[in-house]
Design a protein around this ligand. Structure first.
Ligand code: GLU
Length: 569
C-alpha cells in the first residue's frame, strides 16, 4: 500500500460522454484544493462499466475539456493518452486495469467473513423486490445467502457458480464527517448488505472507489451531493478494510434556470418544445430514426439520439442550452470565464469578489466556503462575464483569439474574409468592428453573417427597406444609385500603393458624398447597409465595404436596386 506524505485530491469521471459542466466544477474544486494545499491533483478513469472501445473517445473528450479549461493534473493519463503521469507510482489510472487489486482486497474481506458470496439469480432478486413493493416496504437484502454453510459458499463460488459478493453491513451507526455538511449520521441497520463484486467479476463502483482512494493515497474527496448517499457505504468499507477515511466535501447540485437538475435532457426538452410548437406529430425529413423520434416525442424522460437531436435543432432554429464543456466552447465562451463562473456555483471567495482567475482560486479556495444548497446556473450572468472579458481584451488579443476559435468552429468566416491561413487585414478590421458588439465569439460570427451569405441569398428586411430605401419617394434608392456610380470609380488594385478600396478612402468618399448632398452620414450609410447586408446593422460602413470587396459591393447594390425598386412601395 502506498502511503502518501502529500495531500492528494482526485477527479474520477466515468467515461460515458463529454465532460459535463458539473463534472468540470468538481474537477476545478479538486484542482484548486490540491494547489492550495501544495499537493497533487489526480485523474482516475472509472471505466469498470464501460467497454473499453467506447470509453476511449470519451476519455479523450474529458481530457481535452479539462485542458481547455486550464485545469492541469499531476497524475493520471497523459492528455494525448501517451505515457501516464505517475510521479508516485500509483498507476494504473484506469479502473479496468486494476482488477487484480480489487480481487486482492475482496479476498481479504471474504477471508475475514466481512463479505460473502451470494447466489440469488437476477430473477430471484426481482421477485424479492416485487414482493417488498407489494408489501409497501423498502427492499433490503436480508443476508439469505448466509444460511448456506460457509464452506459450501466458498466451494460453490470456486466451482464457478455465478454469484456476487456482498459486504456485511456494519451493525453500528456510521458517521460521515463532511467539511460542508457537518456530521451526517446513518443509523445502524439502514445500510443493507450491498454488492461489492458483480457476477462478471468486476467490482462495483463503491468497492473500486474505496480501494483506489486508499491505494492512490487520496486525502481529500470533493464531489457532488448526488454521491452523499454513497459515502456511508464507502466509510463502512474503509473501516472493514482498515483503510484511512479521506476528508469529504460534498458540493451542492447545479440546477438549471427552471430549477431542475442541469442535464443533457435539457437539450431534449428545448427541442421537444419546439417540435410541439411547430405542431409536428410525424418525424420531419431531417430525422433518420423515426421510431426513436416517435417514442421520444411521447416520453418526456427519453433522450433522442444525438444526430437527430442536432438535425431537429438546426431545422427548427432551436438554440440548445449549453450543458457540456464542449457546448460552452463551441458557443464561444472563454475558458477563463467559464472557470471563473463555475467556481461561483456553490463557492465564493467572500469580500464581494466575483471576478478572478485560476491563480486566485488556487490561492483562496477553501472547502469551508462551499454552500449547502443548490446553485442555479445563470446563463445571463455567464454571458455578461464573457462580454466583460471580451471588452477588456486588446484588439490584437481579440483578433487572434477569435481567429483561433473561428478556425475550429467557423472556418467559413475565415474563408469569406480571405483569412483561412492567418488573421489578415480584412479579418483584423472585422474583429475590430466586432469586439464591441459581441458577448461570445459565436455572436460575433452571427454579426458577420452577411459575409458568409451568398449575394443571391441575402434577404432584405421589409421594415428596413421601407424605412431606409422607400421613404420620402425613394430617397434611399436615389442615394444608392448615385453611390453605386461613385463606388464603381474607386480603384481596386492588387498593388497596395494604387489600391483605393481601403476603409480610410471609402470613409472619405462617403463623407464627401453626404456633404455634397447635404445629408447626414446615416442617410448615406443606411441604404448601403440594407443593400449589402439586408439589414440596418453591420460593422462600420467603411469596414463593411472594404471587407466585402468592390465586386461584391457592386453586385449587391445592383441586386438590391432590382429587388426593391421604388414606386412599388
Ligand atoms: N465516477 C463517479 C462519477 O462519475 C465519481 C466517483 C466519485 O467521485 O467518487 O460520478
Amino acid at each position: 500500500m502506498s502511503t502518501s506524505p502529500i495531500p492528494v485530491t482526485r477527479f474520477a469521471p466515468s467515461p460515458t460522454g463529454n465532460l459535463h459542466i458539473g463534472g468540470a466544477r468538481t474537477a476545478l474544486f479538486n484542482w484548486a484544493l490540491a494547489r492550495k494545499l501544495g499537493g497533487h491533483f489526480l485523474l482516475r478513469i472509472e471505466d469498470t462499466d464501460q467497454l473499453r472501445d467506447t470509453g476511449r473517445e470519451s476519455v479523450l473528450g474529458i481530457l481535452e475539456g479539462l485542458a481547455w479549461l486550464g485545469i492541469d493534473w499531476d497524475e493520471g493519463p497523459a492528455p494525448d493518452l501517451g505515457q501516464d503521469r505517475d510521479p508516485r507510482g500509483v498507476h494504473p489510472f484506469y479502473q479496468s486495469k486494476r482488477l487484480n487489486l480489487y480481487t486482492e482486497h475482496l479476498q481479504r474481506l471474504l477471508d475475514a467473513d466481512l463479505a460473502y458470496h451470494a447466489f440469488e439469480t437476477t430473477e430471484e432478486l426481482t421477485a424479492m423486490r416485487d414482493e417488498a413493493k407489494r408489501e409497501k416496504r423498502a427492499f433490503k437484502y436480508e443476508g439469505a445467502a448466509l444460511n448456506i454453510p460457509r464452506d459450501e459458499r466458498f466451494k460453490r463460488a470456486e466451482s464457478g457458480e455465478p454469484c456476487v459478493v456482498r459486504f456485511k453491513a456494519p451493525t453500528g451507526d456510521i458517521v460521515v464527517k463532511d467539511d460542508v455538511l457537518g456530521d451526517v449520521t446513518i443509523a445502524a441497520g439502514e445500510l443493507d448488505d450491498f454488492v461489492i463484486c458483480k457476477a462478471d467479476g468486476f467490482p462495483t463502483y463503491h468497492f473500486a472507489v474505496v480501494v483506489d482512494d486508499e491505494l492512490m493515497g487520496v486525502t481529500h474527496v470533493v464531489r457532488g451531493q448526488e454521491h452523499l448517499a454513497n459515502t456511508p457505504r464507502h466509510v463502512a468499507l474503509q473501516q472493514a478494510l482498515g483503510f484511512r477515511t479521506p476528508n469529504y466535501a460534498h458540493l451542492p447540485l447545479i440546477v438549471n434556470p427552471g430549477g431542475g437538475k442541469m442535464s443533457k435532457r435539457d437539450k431534449d426538452k428545448a427541442v421537444r418544445q419546439a417540435v410541439r410548437d411547430a405542431g409536428l406529430t410525424d418525424a420531419p425529413a431531417c430525422v433518420q430514426d423515426t421510431a426513436d423520434f416517435a417514442a421520444w416525442l411521447k416520453d418526456k424522460n427519453r433522450q433522442l439520439n444525438q444526430r437527430d437531436l442536432l438535425a431537429l435543432a438546426a431545422a427548427l432554429n432551436v438554440e440548445l442550452p449549453e450543458i457540456e464543456v464542449e457546448d460552452f466552447r463551441a458557443a464561444g465562451y472563454l475558458p477563463e470565464v467559464v472557470t471563473n463562473y463555475i467556481a461561483l456555483l456553490g463557492w465564493s471567495p467572500g469580500d464581494d469578489i466575483e471576478k478572478f482567475d485560476l491563480d486566485f482560486l488556487a490561492e483562496r479556495f477553501d472547502t469551508s466556503r462551499i454552500g449547502k444548497t443548490g446553485a442555479r446556473f445563470d446563463y445571463k450572468k455567464l454571458a455578461a462575464f464573457n462580454n466583460d472579458a471580451i471588452g477588456a481584451m486588446s484588439e490584437e488579443e481579440f483578433a487572434q483569439r477569435w481567429w483561433d476559435w473561428c478556425a475550429a468552429y467557423s472556418p467559413e468566416l475565415l474563408k469569406a474574409t480571405g483569412a483561412a491561413d492567418a488573421p489578415n487585414d480584412n479579418f483584423t478590421m472585422l474583429a475590430g468592428a466586432t469586439r464591441p458588439r459581441c458577448k461570445t465569439f459565436r455572436e460575433g460570427v452571427g454579426g458577420a453573417a452577411f459575409l458568409t451569405t451568398d449575394t443571391n441569398d441575402i434577404v432584405f428586411d421589409e421594415k428596413a427597406v421601407s424605412k431606409v430605401l422607400h421613404k420620402n419617394d425613394g430617397e434611399g434608392i436615389a442615394v444608392l444609385r448615385e453611390l453605386r456610380n461613385e463606388l464603381s470609380e474607386v480603384q481596386d488594385s492588387e498593388l497596395r500603393a494604387l489600391n483605393q478600396w481601403r476603409p480610410e478612402h471609402l470613409h472619405e468618399l462617403i463623407e464627401k458624398f453626404s456633404e455634397k448632398r447635404e445629408l447626414g452620414m446615416g442617410k448615406v450609410a443606411q441604404p448601403l447597409r440594407v443593400a449589402l447586408t439586408g439589414s440596418t446593422v453591420s460593422p462600420p460602413i467603411d469596414a463593411t465595404l472594404a471587407i466585402l470587396g468592390k465586386s461584391t459591393v457592386l453586385e449587391r447594390i445592383d441586386r438590391c436596386l432590382e429587388a426593391v425598386p421604388v414606386g412599388a412601395g
